[in-house]
Structure formats: structure tokens, C-alpha cells
Design a protein around this ligand. Structure first.
Ligand SMILES: Nc1nc2c(c(=O)[nH]1)N[C@H]1C(S)=C(S)[C@@H](COP(=O)(O)OP(=O)(O)OC[C@H]3O[C@@H](n4cnc5c(=O)[nH]c(N)nc54)[C@H](O)[C@@H]3O)O[C@H]1N2
Ligand SMILES: Nc1nc2c(c(=O)[nH]1)N[C@H]1C(S)=C(S)[C@@H](COP(=O)(O)OP(=O)(O)OC[C@H]3O[C@@H](n4cnc5c(=O)[nH]c(N)nc54)[C@H](O)[C@@H]3O)O[C@H]1N2
Ligand SMILES: [Mo]
Length: 676
């Protein structure tokens, strides 16, 4: 048996460092690497279940081609010829932009760049813009503070007050709980703002439950009281903030009565909340992506950031705004905020389809229309809004290729399915978005069956298309472990203090990263100050310069009584892991959550068979009576496959957020009925 250093490449806050036991080519116990101060505590169940995932009997091990509705095994050489000739056909008939390359968040790594590099070398393609996950919050933070970075995870141990806002830490960022608990031991206070009681709120001193999508009004109401009661840091504001007077005017409109009417949070709760924020220093707001999945979310997030700003908590130990820490994104285009927006910076790359409107975008595409899709690291049929539209779009195409580890709902729609590697079967370098370590995810075992990592797939396809080794240099590594290692070495060589050899020992802090950020009071905004009033917000997104509250889409007139939430869940990550025994043994068969009052009005009890429906679709399952859920809301965790009752995205709409081209997943209505 040997033990190897690696790291989890899932798109998760924690991004744990691993010590992986391997015995005769089999992955065994996975333990935490002590060198990662953020995740040294332990591995989550998903991490432990990798040992099952890798050898799961349903894993795809060979290329498959659909013939007469059935998938049949074929050889790599044949599959490369089929795909290469389809690419040529698309180029001739419609032009390269008739090919959509869709890659999502199934796994992280520098080698993810090989895909776009291949499609660019092949002559061009269409790509998507925006992101399903976090972009309106990223943009709101960038507009206000200039950069997306925050204090080190352990810094909140020194907070006097921690506010978890729209984040279910105990499920989605498990390792943050330890630092919160340490702060509580030191006498810190913990507030949770979430329309549901959660595992996280069970640890809180105060739980505030606003109506979904109304957090902007709540934050402005708090701001108003902080100003009125003189709980603000005038010196900090004078020296570092642009637009305080405009903000004060906007916030002034949000009196406790108005806030109570919009949010359902009482004037007493609001007073208590603003007093604790005003009197407790330092304060950290650790904001998740919950309230960021509404149409109004960019402005909402801007109004949240204003609170640590006006109380002078920015740049302080134990204080600040914790949303996304991109200090380790040293290799990544995302440091350039324009990378996720629809800019056509390269002649042969059309960046024209919004991920939040994937179905509609494909169906309406023109000049040329999309005719072929390549899906990699994504499960859009399950995960993107409006599943019916996504399926319709897939079925409208001439040719579909999906690369995945399992026969997902998306893979089932494909003409060709290619088997994907797991994290143990190719080395890669990964970053994170909560802590600031760079890590090496090491190759530990050979891929099983005929599995080839994507970089090899693209290498061979490039050869079939007549490209030469020299065309690929620095863009697509040769298909060998040495080739990949060389490729990664070249990428890290630009950064002093980083080397693959050092990364083989464990995680390394990203060069230039800091535990406390903004303590230099440098803000990379147009004015050089924190911008509570932003001209760019107005110019780029057409929103008010100051973060004014706008109602979410769910408050548009509708005869459907429930807001449908679909947040993430502890033992799965989106559509991954649910098919493993180690995970499914803990599944609750009742997964459609409803408040007891609403349930009794609808004649629903625990375990009743129910249908949730709206004008877009319908899903069925068993009801769970959830005492912690706000009346008027339903909750169905996202990521369920068709054979588990269907994705909740059958019911979600193709609604974009006010900035960043995100998806307003939670901003929609539905109804529920008992089936028998
Ligand atoms: N209703 C609703 N929908 C949501 C959300 C929500 O809150 N509510 N959340 C949204 C968010 S935040 C996100 S980030 C998205 C996530 O949605 P996606 O980005 O689609 O991510 P996953 O479902 O995690 O993984 C997609 C696929 O990647 C595959 N995969 C894993 N590793 C590899 C690999 O190395 N190579 C290849 N080729 N494939 C691999 C997995 O097997 C899986 O089938 O979902 C979004 N959808
Ligand atoms: N175990 C696990 N961990 C994960 C993931 C996973 O799927 N599973 N996914 C990873 C990824 S890609 C992401 S994006 C993150 C997401 O993780 P989080 O940031 O925690 O985001 P969500 O799960 O979308 O929602 C968090 C909370 O917001 C609440 N919420 C919903 N609407 C509102 C609202 O209007 N106002 C307020 N204040 N709260 C609201 C929900 O009830 C929920 O409890 O987690 C990452 N970590
Ligand atoms: Mo996400």
C-alpha cells in the first residue's frame, strides 16, 4: 500500500487536500492532508465515496455510439473518424460556429483549457457566456470592492459577529463550521439569514427568515437603522467610500415598516439585527449563493456588501465580506471579469449563448444555427434551467457528443458518449474559491477499460483533423503522463515559489495571497474607493448606481402559490454522487419539502405521493413535512436524475440575473397536489 498526495477537484468551497491510500491499483481510504489549514479536519462523505465511484459497475469504460436508439460499444479509432468527419461536415455546410462547445463545472483543473484550445485550433466554435453558479455576486463584489478576494477561512475565528447570509455552511462548506464554532467558543455571535431553518441555523444565536428574494430590502433596512442610530464608521467612510450620501438616501426609504411588509421580518427583529451589527466588532458577513439565484440578485449582493463597508469592517482581522476568494485563481481567465461576458474577442469564436438560457439559445441560434454540440463536465439536461427546453434543443441538433463518467440524463440524449476519467486517473493543478491554496491533483491509478482523459481525446482528434504536434504545442499536451506533467510544469513555472515537485508534497498558498485582504485600502474600482454608487453598474447592466431594491420575479403576478427553492445538498454535489450506494443509503425517499401548515391545507402528509407543477413542467415524488421551511415555499434539492423522479429544473425558468448573466433558479413559482 502507498499513500499519495492529491486534492478534490469538485466545484465546492472546501476543495479539500487529500492523502489517498492505494493498494494494488485500488483507491482505499482518503484522509485529510494536514497541510491545508482550511480542510485538515476531515473528508466529507462524498470524498470517502470516491473509492466506490471509481470502480462503480455503471461507470462508462468504452466509447459508445447510438444505433437505433441503443448505445453500442465502438473502438476509439472509429469514433475519432466519425467525429472528425462530422466536424468537417459542419464546417463545410454551416461554418465552424455551428458547433457549440459546452463545458461546465463537473471538475476543476488547468487541463480544462485543452477543450477550448482544441476547438479554436480546429477552426472555431460557439461558446456560452455567463455561469449557473455565482456570477451576479462576483460582479456585485467587483463593482463595489474592485476584486473578489476575502480573508483566509480561519480568520473568522477572530470575528465578534459572523452572519451567514443565504449560505448553508453545514452542508455546502462543511469545513467553515469549525472556524465558526471556534469563534463561538471565543464569545462570538452567529446569525443566519435564510428562509429555511437549516443544519447551519441550528447553531445560530439568531435566525432571520426573510421572504425569498427580498434580502436587498432587508439589507437596506439594516443600513438605514445603522445610519440613523449612528452605528457607522464615519472616518472609514470619509476616506474610503464613494457614494455614501446616495446610499444613505436610498437606504433611508427602507423604514422598518416598509421592510417588514416586503420581507416578513418584523421591526423588532430588524432593530435587534442592526443593533448587534452596529455594536459588535469585528463583523464578517459570509454570504452564499442562495439570494444570488434571483433576478434582482446583483443589486441584492451590492446592498449586503454595504453593511461591512459602512461599519468599517473592510480590511480588518476578523471582519469583512466573504463571498469568493479568487486569490488562487492565478492561472485563470476569471480574474478578467470580462471573460464570462459575451465579448467576441477572437475572430472565430462566437460567444453567443447564455448558459442560463441554453435551451432557448440553441433553438433560436442563427447565422449559423447550432447543429452540433460537445458536452464535457456538465449535465445540462439536469442542471440548467428549463429542462424541457434543453431537451428540445438537444433533439433539434444533427450531432451530439457527451463526455462523462456515467450515463447521465444528458449522455442519454447523445449520439456518441465518450468515457471520462476520474480525478485519480490524470494529474492536474487546481485552485479554490474559499481558501487560497494551489494544489496538485495527482494521477494515482491508470484509467480503467478504454477510458481516455479529455486532453488525449482532443489530441487524437486534432491528429485526425490533420493538425501537427507543433500546432498543439503549449495548448494540448501529448498523450502520456510525461506530456501532461511537462504541460503543467510550464504553467506553474511562471510563478515563483510554485513547482510541481513542491506540490507533490502538499498544498501551497498561491503566490501573493494574503490572510487579511484590503488592509492596504487599495480598491481596484474606477474611483479607487469602495463604490456604493457605481457608474459602471448603470452603464454595463442598466441598474441604479446605488443598490436599489427591486422585487424578485416571484413577486410578479402569478396564480401559483409557492416559491420553489432548489438548493444544494450535503451528500451530493449537483447531479453527481447520487448513484453511489455509500451516498444513496442516506437518502430520504421523501424529498419534496413543504411546510406543515401548507401541507395540511393541501391534504398532504409525510410520505404522501405528490406532484409539483407549473406551466413549464411537472415532477413527482414523496412529500417531506419540513417545520423549518417558510410557509409559501417548497424545496426540492437540485441534481436528481430522471430515474429518481426528474430534475427540479423541469420547473425552473430561463431567467437571467440583473448582472453577470447568472441563472435565477429560485425565482419561480409552482404548485403542489397530492396524487392519491
Ligand atoms: N435548480 C437548480 N439548478 C441548479 C442549481 C441550483 O441551486 N438549483 N445550482 C447550479 C450550480 S451552482 C451549479 S455549479 C450547476 C452544476 O451543474 P454542472 O456543471 O452540470 O455540474 P455537475 O452536475 O456537478 O456535474 C456535471 C457532470 O460532470 C461529470 N464529470 C465529473 N468529472 C468529470 C471529468 O473529469 N470529465 C468529464 N468529462 N466529466 C466529468 C459528472 O459525472 C457530471 O455528470 O448546477 C446548477 N443547477
Ligand atoms: N455538499 C455540497 N456542497 C457544495 C455543493 C453541493 O452541491 N453539495 N455545491 C457547491 C457549489 S457549485 C455551490 S454554488 C455552493 C452553493 O452553496 P450555498 O452557497 O450554500 O448556496 P445554495 O445551496 O444555493 O443556498 C444556500 C441557502 O440559501 C437559502 N436561500 C434560498 N433563497 C434565499 C433567499 O432569498 N434569501 C436568503 N437569505 N437565503 C436564501 C437556501 O435555503 C439555502 O439554505 O456549494 C458548493 N458546495
Ligand atoms: Mo455552483
Amino acid at each position: 500500500m502507498s499513500i499519495k498526495v492529491s486534492a478534490c477537484p469538485r466545484d465546492c468551497y472546501s476543495t479539500c487536500s487529500f492523502l489517498v491510500s492505494v493498494n494494488n491499483g485500488r483507491i482505499g481510504l482518503i484522509e485529510p492532508h494536514p497541510g491545508n489549514r482550511a480542510t485538515s479536519e476531515g473528508i466529507c462523505l462524498k470524498g470517502l465515496s470516491y473509492s466506490e465511484r471509481v470502480i462503480h459497475p455503471d461507470r462508462l469504460l468504452y466509447p459508445l455510439k447510438k444505433i437505433g436508439g441503443e448505445f453500442v460499444r465502438i473502438g476509439w479509432d472509429e469514433v475519432f473518424s466519425i467525429i472528425a468527419s462530422k466536424i468537417r461536415e459542419m464546417h463545410e455546410k454551416y461554418g465552424p460556429e455551428s458547433i457549440l462547445y459546452y463545458a461546465a463545472t463537473g471538475t476543476k483543473g488547468l487541463l480544462n483549457r485543452v477543450g477550448p484550445a482544441f476547438w479554436e485550433l480546429s477552426g472555431g466554435f460557439t461558446s456560452t457566456y455567463g455561469d449557473l453558479c455565482w456570477p451576479s455576486g462576483l460582479e456585485a463584489t467587483r463593482l463595489t470592492l474592485g476584486e473578489n478576494k476575502h480573508n483566509a477561512p480561519w480568520d473568522i475565528e477572530d470575528s465578534g459577529l459572523i452572519i451567514s447570509w443565504g449560505k448553508n455552511i453545514a452542508e455546502t462548506n462543511i469545513h467553515q463550521m469549525k472556524f465558526i464554532e471556534n469563534s463561538l467558543k471565543n464569545g462570538g455571535k452567529f446569525v443566519v439569514i435564510d428562509p429555511r431553518r437549516t443544519e447551519t441555523s441550528s447553531k445560530a444565536d439568531i435566525h432571520i427568515s426573510p421572504a425569498p428574494g427580498t434580502d436587498g430590502a432587508l439589507a437596506l433596512g439594516i443600513g438605514n437603522l445603522l445610519i440613523r442610530n449612528d452605528f457607522i464608521d464615519k472616518e472609514f467612510i470619509k476616506n474610503n467610500v464613494k457614494g455614501f450620501n446616495e446610499y444613505k438616501k436610498t437606504a433611508g426609504k427602507y423604514t422598518p415598516d416598509i421592510v417588514a411588509r416586503i420581507t416578513g421580518v418584523s421591526a423588532e427583529e430588524l432593530a435587534e439585527l442592526s443593533e448587534i451589527i452596529g455594536k459588535t466588532k469585528p463583523m464578517t458577513i459570509t454570504a452564499g449563493f442562495g439570494m444570488q439565484r434571483y433576478r434582482n440578485s446583483g443589486q441584492t449582493i451590492r446592498s449586503l456588501i454595504a453593511l461591512p463597508v459602512i461599519t468599517g469592517n473592510i480590511g480588518k482581522k476578523g471582519g469583512g465580506w466573504v463571498y469568493a476568494n479568487l486569490q488562487s485563481h492565478i492561472f485563470d481567465a476569471i480574474v478578467d471579469p470580462l471573460a464570462i461576458y459575451p465579448v467576441n474577442d477572437k475572430e472565430n469564436i462566437r460567444n453567443s449563448i447564455s448558459v442560463s438560457k441554453l435551451g432557448e439559445g440553441i433553438l433560436k441560434s442563427k447565422d449559423p444555427p447550432i447543429k452540433m454540440i460537445w458536452v464535457e463536465r456538465g449535465n445540462p439536461v439536469t442542471q440548467n434551467p428549463d429542462t424541457t427546453s434543453v431537451i428540445e434543443a438537444f433533439r433539434s441538433l444533427d450531432f451530439r457528443v457527451v463526455v462523462d463518467q456515467f450515463m447521465t440524463d444528458t449522455a442519454k440524449e447523445a449520439d456518441i458518449v465518450l468515457p471520462a476519467k476520474t480525478m485519480f486517473e490524470q494529474s492536474d493543478v487546481i485552485n479554490a474559491y474559499w481558501h487560497h491554496y494551489i494544489q496538485l491533483k495527482q494521477k494515482i491509478i491508470d484509467p480503467p477499460g478504454e477510458v481516455k482523459p479529455e486532453s488525449e481525446i482532443f489530441y487524437h482528434l486534432a491528429m485526425k483533423l490533420g493538425l501537427s504536434e507543433s500546432d498543439l504545442k503549449g495548448k494540448i499536451p501529448p498523450p502520456s503522463d510525461e506530456g501532461v506533467e511537462e504541460f503543467l510544469k510550464e504553467r506553474v513555472a511562471d510563478f515563483s515559489g510554485l513547482s510541481l515537485d513542491r506540490l507533490k508534497e502538499g498544498p501551497l498558498p498561491a503566490p501573493g495571497s494574503r490572510d487579511i485582504v484590503f488592509d492596504d485600502l487599495i480598491f481596484r474600482t474606477p474611483s479607487g474607493k469602495i463604490e456604493l454608487s457605481s457608474d459602471e453598474a448603470e452603464e454595463r447592466w442598466g441598474v441604479d448606481k446605488t443598490p436599489e431594491y427591486k422585487p424578485p420575479a416571484v413577486s410578479d403576478k402569478s396564480d401559483l402559490p409557492f416559491v420553489l427553492l432548489s438548493s444544494n445538498t450535503k451528500n451530493r454535489i449537483h447531479s453527481q454522487f447520487g448513484n453511489l450506494k455509500m451516498i444513496s443509503q442516506f437518502d430520504d425517499p421523501s424529498f419534496i419539502h413543504i411546510n406543515p401548515d401548507d401541507a395540511s391545507k393541501k391534504g398532504i402528509s409525510e410520505g404522501s405521493s405528490v406532484e409539483v407543477f407549473n406551466n413549464r413542467g411537472i415532477i413527482s415524488g414523496k412529500a417531506k413535512i419540513d417545520f423549518g421551511l417558510r410557509s409559501g415555499s417548497l424545496l426540492v434539492r437540485n441534481g436528481r436524475w430522471m430515474d429518481e423522479g426528474g430534475s427540479v429544473n423541469f420547473l425552473t425558468g430561463q431567467i437571467e440575473t440583473d448582472m453577470g448573466y447568472g441563472a435565477a433558479f429560485y425565482d419561480n413559482r409552482a404548485d403542489i397536489r397530492r396524487l392519491s
